[in-house]
Design a protein around this ligand. Structure first.
Ligand code: 3PG
Length: 394
């Protein structure tokens, strides 16, 4: 297995797959974490005399009109500001314009290719990992580095396709860091290892719950999926979110997990899914006419007790509807408490949880905030991610 620092990049055209799939509205980037996280690899290549040729997708390109909204041009401009160097943006994904731009690069230069998913308009060439496309992109460079952890669960032309056509492929620093934290946490954790799993649906998290139950000392459940577990225990749930077809599954998880599984003991409830309605805290069952929207203070205390001696914590999924201020407290308190754990490695993975800790301002005190959404979920399920496998094969 190679890392970018094992490569001799001087004078070489280094194709780097990054994940610049960031939120952009009217040309303005909402959250640039993924771009910032890719800087070490890009800097390493350019500072050592390599030519950095960057590939990324942005959103899902389904029709010609999507191209306007989904161009990577704003990202090129933002990257240039962050890295304090010019970034050549090439508004196409193949052909003479791209080849000439690469031909003109000097050592240490940076070039960003247009959104790789523009190729999807012509028969899903990128997402379908069209063999010709991977081969063509691979032909543009001498070396390949995959630093797109967020895309590692996809087997697309710009990650798996390019890698399989290169003699040498390596992981970038971000990919390496993500594997180090998420991988160690799951496969080689310092115990006690506690997993916190939240979010709305049990169905999204079955694989993660199963895998982490076999690895962790305790699995804390929070968020909307709590109430499918409550229903499985025969408790009243009022109008709370429930996946009826997952109640049996929740029952079997409860049986299998025994006292490893920790469920909330109280909830913040309201009559409507809205922030501007009265809310109250109830113990246990949810009264008729109410829905649970956050965990309550006794649950926070219970969770803190479970977490206080933890040496490894993996957190995926918010504890409540954190987007609404009245139901953000559970997520906020858990996040704040994790920040106070002195000897623990605390890791957050998954799109919603990452957004929650950042929005609530508790991210800085945690050990590692993953850049992966779907990718970190699949990693926590113990799956082999094709984007990682493709570079570790080399
Ligand atoms: C993500 O944001 O999870 C990755 O960039 C992958 O994007 P996708 O789900 O559109 O493949």
């Amino acid at each position: 297995k190679l890392t970018v620092s094992d490569l001799d990049v001087k004078g070489k055209k280094v194709l780097i797959r990054v994940d610049f799939n960031v939120p952009i509205k009217a040309g303005v980037i909402g959250n640039d974490n993924r771009i910032v996280a890719a800087l070490p690899t890009i800097k390493y290549v350019t500072e050592n005399g390599g030519k950095a040729i960057l590939f990324s997708h942005l959103g899902r390109v389904k029709k010609e009109e999507d191209k306007k909204e989904l161009s990577l041009r704003p990202v090129a401009e933002h990257l240039a500001d962050l890295i304090k160097k010019p970034v050549t943006f090439v508004p196409v994904t193949r052909g003479p314009q791209l080849e000439e731009a690469i031909g003109k690069m000097n050592d240490g230069d940076i070039l960003l290719v247009e959104n790789t998913r523009f190729e999807d308009l012509d028969g899903k060439k990128e997402s379908g990992n069209d063999p010709e496309l991977g081969k063509y992109w691979a032909s543009l460079g001498d070396l390949y580095v995959n630093d797109a952890f967020g895309t590692a669960h996809r087997s697309h032309a710009s990650n798996v396709g390019i890698a399989s056509n290169m003699k040498q492929a390596a992981a970038g620093f971000l990919l390496e860091k993500e594997i180090k934290f998420l991988g160690n946490a799951v496969d080689n954790p310092v115990h006690p290892f506690v997993a916190i799993l939240g979010g709305a649906k049990v169905s999204d998290k079955i694989g993660v719950i199963d895998h982490l139950l076999s690895k962790a000392d305790k699995v804390i459940i929070g968020g909307g999926m709590t109430y499918t577990f409550y229903a499985a225990k025969g408790m009243k749930i009022g109008n709370s979110l429930v996946e009826k077809d997952k109640i049996e599954l929740a029952k079997s998880i409860i049986e299998k997990a025994g006292d490893k599984l920790v469920l909330p003991v109280d909830s913040v409830v309201a009559e409507k899914f809205a922030n501007d309605v009265p809310s109250k805290v109830v113990d246990g069952e949810i009264p008729d006419g109410y829905m649970a929207l956050d965990i309550g203070p006794k649950s926070v205390e219970l969770f803190e007790n479970v977490l206080k001696d933890a040496k490894t914590v993996v957190w995926n999924g918010p504890m409540g509807v954190f987007e609404m201020s009245n139901y953000a407290k559970g997520t906020l308190e858990v996040g704040k408490f994790l920040g106070t754990l002195k000897d623990a490695t605390t890791i957050v993975g998954g799109g919603d949880s990452t957004a929650a800790v950042q929005q609530l301002g508790v991210a800085d005190k945690l050990t590692h905030i993953s850049t992966g959404g779907g990718a970190s979920l699949e990693y926590l399920e113990g799956k082999t991610l094709p984007g990682i496998a493709a570079v570790s094969d080399k």
